[in-house]
Design a protein around this ligand. Structure first.
Ligand SMILES: [Zn+2]
Ligand SMILES: [Zn+2]
Length: 263
């Protein structure tokens, strides 16, 4: 299983794209602006899109991608998300005002996109891959995902301020890599709390839920381009802090668009 990081920024700028991961050729995890780097052929091969939540930085490229490849596809693109996320798409995106209602076009019986609800704890099979829906705690209903192609799980937290049940499940899974957000720097810790995101200190607090050294790499995602340098140096300082509360030597990896995971 190969996972390409198409976008992992919390905002856009030249060289910074918002959240999207391509699993092999046919599964997309979130559809942020990173999707725009795919060729038409690559976009046309995507059959399933899993959305972590309804925020724009995670769905922005979905309506545009559909339009780009509609003529190339012979079956609808399946969009999978929580019922509340799918309702938000119906109400606020595919509403014939912001974008055509591709859930009914070009024909109600043969639309360009179909919407498929999942619930936390569901495991969805996509070919040889199993994708488990994990709990998250965010400003809108949100989830994370564990993607397993048979050789261990690649885990994505989604946007979250942390959820005890997420960590309980992580401790049970054969995790090979964890991608977790740190959306705000320390100066905006209060804003992070209010918007239900993580800051460097709250990330470290959350990692305590892992218990003893988990032995898998931890990759940081979703930093805003304007704050990335600050967040990186704050996390470095916490890593080096002799008494930081995780209780094991912490080495964090910085996720970059273009990175690939092989599992
Ligand atoms: Zn969000
Ligand atoms: Zn986000």
């Amino acid at each position: 299983m190969r996972i390409r990081v198409l976008g992992c920024s919390g905002a856009i700028a030249k060289g910074s794209r918002t959240t999207s991961f391509l699993v092999d050729d046919s599964v997309l995890i979130d559809a942020g602006t990173g999707v725009g780097d795919l060729t038409l052929e690559e976009m046309a091969r995507i059959d399933d899109v899993f959305l972590s939540h309804s925020h724009l930085d995670h769905i922005a490229a979905l309506p545009l991608m559909l339009d780009a490849v509609a003529k190339w596809r012979h079956s609808p693109l399946r969009v999978r998300a929580l019922p509340q996320t799918l309702d938000a798409l119906r109400q606020h995106v595919f509403n014939d005002v912001i974008w055509p209602d591709f859930t009914r076009l070009p024909h109600p019986e043969r639309p360009f996109v179909t919407l498929h609800p999942f619930a936390c704890g569901d495991v969805v099979s996509c070919g040889s891959r199993q994708i488990e829906v994990l709990p998250a705690d965010h400003a809108v209903p949100a989830v994370g995902f564990a993607v397993d192609g048979g050789l261990g799980a690649w885990v994505f937290s989604g946007d979250t301020c942390g959820h005890a049940d997420f960590w309980a499940r992580i401790r049970q899974l054969p995790v090979k890599a964890l991608v977790i957000e740190t959306a705000f720097g320390e100066a905006e810790h209060e804003l992070a709390v209010r918007s239900r995101h993580l800051s460097p200190t709250s990330l470290i607090e959350q990692l305590r839920h892992l218990g003893p050294n988990p032995g898998f790499p931890i990759h940081i995602t979703h930093t805003k381009p304007s704050e990335t340098a600050d967040i990186a140096s704050q996390l470095r300082a916490l890593e080096l802090h002799a008494e930081h509360p995780v209780g094991w030597p912490l080495t964090l990896h910085w996720l970059t668009a273009g990175d690939e995971f092989q599992l």
